[in-house]
Design a protein around this ligand. Sequence first.
Ligand SMILES: NC(=O)c1ccc[n+]([C@@H]2O[C@H](COP(=O)([O-])OP(=O)(O)OC[C@H]3O[C@@H](n4cnc5c(N)ncnc54)[C@H](OP(=O)(O)O)[C@@H]3O)[C@@H](O)[C@H]2O)c1
Length: 283
Amino acid sequence: MILVTGATGTSGREAVKALRALGAPVRCLVRDPAKAADLSAMGAGLARGDFSDSASLSAALEGCERALLIAPPDNQIERHEGAFIGAARGAGVKLVVKLSAVNADAASAGYFSRAHGRGEAALRASGLGFVILRPTFFMQNLLGSAGMIRERAIVVETTGSVKALVDVRDVGAAAARVLTGAGHEGETYTLTGPRALTTADVAAALSRALGRTISPVEVGFDEFRGALAGMGLPAWLCDAITDLQRMFANRAAAEVTDAVSRLTGSPATTLDQFIADHRGAFA
Ligand SMILES: NC(=O)c1ccc[n+]([C@@H]2O[C@H](COP(=O)([O-])OP(=O)(O)OC[C@H]3O[C@@H](n4cnc5c(N)ncnc54)[C@H](OP(=O)(O)O)[C@@H]3O)[C@@H](O)[C@H]2O)c1
């Protein structure tokens, strides 16, 4: 049995789909089973639980040999992952696959990089079998800008952004292969799309697919942070996202790897394909 946490989220749902497509037995840790009807319909079991309730993690892990650790992108990543790793040790889990992030670094000044870096370090030190998956920025994040693309025909990014955007469906498929296969223990895989893309590249791909001009707009980091604050995001998250964007301008997510195709046997999804698959959201 394989436990998947964060199963109702963007990456977790894709991992569950991919695992079920391979016929693997899956149990999903969920806070609210009502949000997981589609996962049940795929044949996944549900265990109600919360990262802040260690007993619920232990109960969910009972009888699981392997687990996919997806922590929510909140300000508790280190605490949640620590609790999960402790529960996994207690439950005798053989392999924990952690969804990390491309620029994970325990010493980073940026919150998400630091939190994932510390989570990786805790897992490496735990004595558990482990695999670390470090995706770059999800193509699916573009769906959050779909309204602006549709209504204002612009795609907005911070200055100098360049990222080898990865489709989260590929992340789920790679996770499923690692969780069901052999020979991955101790490995760290950086999961990327097939190309590093600038803001102009993203705008050009959208323009091609939609048949109208979508213009790239790059804003400074202070302006960007101000816009996030104006949307009501808490200060820590405004800082965390802006720090990430600064790292992207320094090419932290620009490296292209072949890990997706090596793990899944299929080429990494292109941005053109992603846009074609989600055309209705952008058109
Ligand atoms: N977005 C990116 O581009 C990107 C890139 C690299 C790495 N990552 C990393 O990928 C990870 C997952 O991101 P995502 O976008 O898939 O997340 P997401 O869509 O926000 O999903 C978060 C999941 O965590 C669950 N959750 C929230 N709080 C919980 C709690 N206290 N206990 C148990 N479950 C809880 C949510 O359940 P509910 O449905 O109940 O809310 C949901 O299933 C994060 O660690 C993020 O840093 C993201």
